[in-house]
Ligand binder design. Structure first.
Ligand code: TNX
Length: 531
């Protein structure tokens, strides 16, 4: 029997008292729980990513029509989170779920979201969720924490809650207390919209699905050899010419600055920061084909629709190159509220090492001059990193050079995190240059022991990229991303101690009905006991 069921009365009462006092529970936070022995009481133990601590209390809360969502204080940000939760719960329940400001806990039967007087040790994204027979109380010191906790509320509801049409209740959930916060502050997914272009609507769905598993960064790979996808007013041919192709014969496409603004706003409402990437100085055929003057030869190459890498480069020796880079970075910085701009920097094999280092130094200076920090693939560690620059590990030991320069690292080891790697040799989509990544492989690794010389304190977080050379539709995106995104989200959020594939695979299996309810075209891996 699960020993967690054998609780003393004080143990059972602590969470309740804690919840009532909200702010005063720092030292009495539950300690005996860990992901090693999750509760066996159904819904309360099926959350992904696994919360930091769970105490179930064996009761049940029932959401009924007439229930409301009360937010305290009723700021625009908190109200927006209340509205988001209501939007998620209304279609399947058919309930009105009005959202109102509150001063103190609401009457029985309601949902209460509060950032007033809450334990600051929960940090930016932590939350304390108390479900009693009477109400749901979600407390966080910051709105982002409320938003993450809202995902937990969704996961505690029956899976049918995720349908976008009216479903049969009852809408019951198990009671207990969850105190939760993330291991890493950066948990991202990347979508390559350059190799194949995806609509604003597709990107928004990708953002929504990432939010469900508590990711907080979505990185958009906005330019590569095969396409330039964001309007830059100072260089309009980048999109009119450079945006007109993609891999294969398709017409490509691009985002207007207003489209990009919509994506940023959509993400912001989900407490997700958009990281825009313009890959430079390599991976630049789309730009080189649009403007002859960016080429050392002065001759524009043809547009490129293949899937080769490493053959293109901006001309490091020309002043116009740096005018171009500065214009692009200035416009992108103005459109991007988040603190980071990603300059790419990978596979610039068509340029000398000295030219490359100079280019990276100058690009970083531009980023800094517009008040942003530079992010780049680990190759940028061959330049002189400015304080605050971040290197993204993918396939070499160069990230170590970044650490030696004092940089933080984002871990995206290709053999573990690349959503474009096939699951098995019979996966129709994807590539296999970094190996096959079955669901178990996606779950069975740890960022802090992945790369020598890069340890926990050097790591800002994790990010999983979906490169889209072979990915053409939203259904393709979903198939390669799910369920691996759920595995990956747990690696970024949950503590590593006590992690067990056998426990996890059952928990993941319980998400089958949820993913189906959301209409996600996921890979039904035979490794997972899907419900
Ligand atoms: C490597 S990861 C690349 C991409 C490809 C990807 C395909 C990285 C920085 N470069 O250009 O799309 O492999 O898996």
């Amino acid at each position: 029997m699960n020993e967690r069921r054998l609780k003393t009365l004080p143990q059972l009462l602590t969470p309740l008292l804690c919840a009532l006092a909200l702010g005063s529970c720092t030292s009495t936070a539950p300690t005996e729980t860990s992901p090693a022995t999750p509760p066996s009481n159904g819904a309360f133990g099926n959350i992904i990513p696994m919360p930091d601590s769970i105490q179930s209390s064996g009761g049940s809360f029932r959401l009924t029509n007439g229930a409301g969502i009360f937010v305290e204080p009723g700021t625009a940000e908190n109200t927006s989170i209340g509205d988001y939760l209501a939007e998620k719960l209304r279609p399947a329940t058919g309930f009105t779920l009005e959202v109102s400001p509150a001063a103190g806990p609401p009457p029985i039967g309601n949902i209460y979201l509060t950032t007033t007087g809450v334990d600051q040790t929960l940090g930016d994204e932590g939350y304390l969720l108390t479900v009693s027979n009477d109400r749901i109380t979600l407390a966080a010191s910051q709105p982002a924490g409320l938003f993450r906790g809202v995902q937990t509320i969704r996961q505690l509801m029956p899976p049918a809650i995720e349908y976008s049409s009216l479903q049969q209740g009852p809408w019951k959930m198990a009671t207990g207390v969850i105190r939760d916060k993330p291991r890493f502050p950066w948990r991202g997914a990347m979508l390559d919209v350059a190799r194949h272009f995806f609509s604003v609507h597709d990107v928004e769905r990708f953002i929504d699905l990432a939010a469900y598993y508590k990711l907080n960064r979505v990185h958009l790979h906005l330019a590569d050899d095969q396409g330039w996808r964001i309007v830059i007013n100072a260089w309009p041919k980048l999109t009119s010419i450079g945006g007109s192709t993609q891999v294969g014969e398709g017409p490509g496409g691009f985002y207007t600055q207003a489209d990009y603004g919509d994506i940023v706003d959509y993400a912001q409402r989900r407490h997700i920061i958009i990281i825009p990437e313009i890959d430079m100085p390599g991976h630049t055929t789309a730009a080189l084909a649009s403007y002859a003057e960016l080429n050392c030869s002065g001759i524009a190459p043809p547009l490129y629709t293949g899937i080769g890498v490493g053959f293109s480069a901006l001309c490091a020796g020309k002043d116009i190159t740096y005018t171009f880079v500065d214009d692009v970075i200035r416009e992108l910085a103005a459109l991007t509220p988040g603190p980071y701009l990603h300059i790419g920097g990978d596979e610039a094999n068509a340029m000398s090492a000295a030219e490359y280092a100079t280019f990276i130094d100058r690009a970083q200076a531009s980023v800094q001059s517009y008040g942003k920090k530079t992010l780049g693939w680990e190759e940028i560690a061959q330049g002189h990193l400015l304080p605050g620059s971040v290197v993204q590990h993918w396939n070499s030991a160069l990230a170590q050079q970044g650490v030696q320069q004092g940089a933080h690292v984002i871990m995206s080891p290709a053999g573990k995190t690349y959503f474009d790697m096939k699951y098995t040799s019979s996966t129709a989509l994807g590539q296999n240059w970094a190996g096959y990544i079955e669901v178990k492989d996606a779950y069975s690794w740890d960022p802090a022991s992945q790369l020598g010389g890069v340890s926990e304190s050097d790591i800002l977080g994790v990010e999983a990229p979906l490169w889209t050379e072979t990915i053409q539709t939203m259904a393709d995106i979903e198939y390669m991303t799910f369920p691996r995104l759920a595995c990956f989200a747990e690696i970024g959020w949950s503590r590593s101690t006590g992690r067990s594939w056998d426990e996890y695979r059952a928990r993941l299996g319980s998400h089958g009905p949820r993913l189906r309810a959301m209409g996600v075209n996921f890979y039904q891996s035979p490794q997972v006991p899907w419900e």
